[in-house]
Design a protein around this ligand. Structure first.
Ligand SMILES: Nc1nc2c(c(=O)[nH]1)N[C@H]1C(S)=C(S)[C@@H](COP(=O)(O)OP(=O)(O)OC[C@H]3O[C@@H](n4cnc5c(N)ncnc54)[C@H](O)[C@@H]3O)O[C@H]1N2
Ligand code: MOO
Length: 436
């Protein structure tokens, strides 16, 4: 009987948890850490912003002056004239604010001492800086409270507080934070170390990139596919072992490579299903411990296997290229995210089917799809739209060019009845797709 997807996921999670080394964190230079995930909280060595500053090009004022009685009217109805004393650009040394005056300040300039609010230049008369006096309209004066258009020191992060919590992906914004805090590319950050992965691909018919094809042969798509997938999933390194269909040779090379290179994880593709030359399965059945080969109730990615060689976990993915890739997303990612924490876990979201589709009886289907972010259905509460998804390519797992056009995997639960247009389905965003 086939394993359920959840049973296989928890088997892989358990296998990786049992074999993961304790030192799964590494210090990386910041300029080599893009996309990696912080292993510990990053504390702010300084406040951001470092000083209280202006949020607008305008005039720093003391709000008490705006409430003062006016000549010729009450404070609520009459405009207010203020002499302009001083001008402060971003980067200027902190200025002093004179009571009863306005100080011209540019966005980012330190708020002059004594001022507590900023009025944007376009809200005074004349709306310019080359003027000795400004007039503040009564309604602008009334609307200007202490703190208006002022960015308090430490309002983004206080000195000593957590700027980036453990688990933050070092994306562009986080790298911007590091730079704002004064870190350079040569500074190091503690990131979650992904496994050192040994990718195994091949088969008699599978030739390395660039080799001229002979009848019956194909190029190795899965080796580069797996390398790219594991690199973007936070692997510390990815090495590659090419194999043919000689079980004795493969057994010896695998044992030798694992013994000498000590990878944290071996991932194979192909050679595991029902054929007469299933080199991976035959070799592992000889030398691996805790071996399991069987079917999971999903298409693609049905045939799966796992075990350990010399204590190192081995995940065996099916050889059809789309099956290899979909297996990474549906089985490897959840286990890696849960145990190593080096990649984001899968985040399924809801979409509506843009076409009728017939599910498989007894097996989940993971079809490749394109999310239509413009079309879609309105949510009943009026808070937005559920995107519509259209399938790209057929169900067969050799259709790799269609997979390259997909930006989501579409989960079609097992069933017998056709699913009409508009059926709610779960979709998983994946790297790739076509940008219009
Ligand atoms: N009698 C059965 N046959 C098959 C079954 C089954 O249940 N019973 N399952 C099918 C499914 S589903 C899949 S998926 C494949 C998985 O087979 P293997 O993992 O043993 O993979 P191979 O037979 O080695 O290769 C399958 C296919 O993929 C091509 N391939 C393999 N490696 C690469 C590579 N590195 N780059 C590009 N292409 C590769 C290979 O040439 C084959 O065409 O089994 C079905 N059969
Ligand atoms: O599961 Mo196979 O992975 O359908 O092609």
């Amino acid at each position: 009987m086939a394993r359920s997807m959840e049973q296989h996921r928890s088997a892989l999670r358990e296998l990786l948890a049992r074999t993961r080394p304790d030192d799964a964190a590494a210090l990386l230079r910041l300029d080599a850490a893009a996309g990696r995930i912080l292993a510990g909280d990053l504390l702010a060595p300084l406040a951001l912003p470092p000083e209280t500053n202006s949020q607008m090009d305008g005039f720093a004022v003391c709000t008490a002056d705006l409430r003062a009685p006016r000549v010729g009217g009450d404070a609520a109805a009459a405009p207010l004239e203020l002499p302009v004393v001083g001008i402060s650009a971003a980067g200027s040394p902190p200025a002093r604010h004179e009571c009863g005056a306005a100080t011209a300040v540019m966005t980012g300039a330190v708020l002059p001492e004594g001022a507590d609010a900023v009025i944007p230049v376009e809200r005074v008369h004349p709306p310019r800086f080359d003027t000795p006096v400004i007039t503040v309209p009564a309604e602008t004066a009334a609307a200007t409270a202490p703190g208006t258009f002022v960015r308090e020191a430490g309002s983004d992060v206080a000195r000593g507080a957590v700027a980036l919590p453990a688990g933050t992906v070092l994306g562009p914004a986080a790298l911007g934070v590091c730079a704002a805090l004064g870190l350079t590319g040569a500074d190091t950050v503690l990131v979650r170390r992904g496994p050192r992965v040994l990718v195994v691909s091949g088969g008699d018919e599978v030739l390395p990139a660039g080799a001229p094809l002979r009848p019956g042969t194909v190029h190795d798509a899965n080796g580069p596919l797996l390398r790219s997938w594991f690199e973007s999933a936070g692997a510390e390194s990815v090495t590659h072992l090419r194999v043919d269909d000689d079980v004795d040779a493969f057994t010896a090379r695998l044992r030798c490579t694992v013994g000498e290179d000590h990878p944290d994880l071996v991932v194979t593709s192909g050679g595991i299903s029902a054929g007469a030359f299933e080199v991976v399965r035959q070799a592992l059945e000889r030398i691996a411990a805790d071996v399991w080969f069987g079917h999971v109730a999903v298409q693609p990615g049905g045939p799966q296997g796992c075990g350990t060689v010399l204590g190192v976990p081995v995940l065996c993915l099916p050889g059809n290229p789309v099956s290899t890739w979909v297996s990474c997303e549906s089985f490897v990612r959840p286990a890696l995210a849960a145990v190593w924490g080096c990649c984001a876990p899968p985040r399924w979201v809801e979409a509506r089917l843009g076409e009728t589709m017939t599910p498989l009886d007894g097996r989940t289907q993971l079809r490749r799809g394109i999310l239509d972010t413009v079309g879609g259905s309105d949510l009943p509460d009026g808070t937005g739209r559920v995107p519509r998804v259209s399938l790209v390519g057929g169900a067969s797992s050799h259709l790799l060019t269609a997979a390259a056009r997909a930006d989501v995997l579409v989960r079609i639960p097992p069933g017998t009845d056709p699913l009409p247009v508009g059926t709610a389905v779960a979709v998983l965003p994946v790297a790739g797709g076509v940008v219009a």
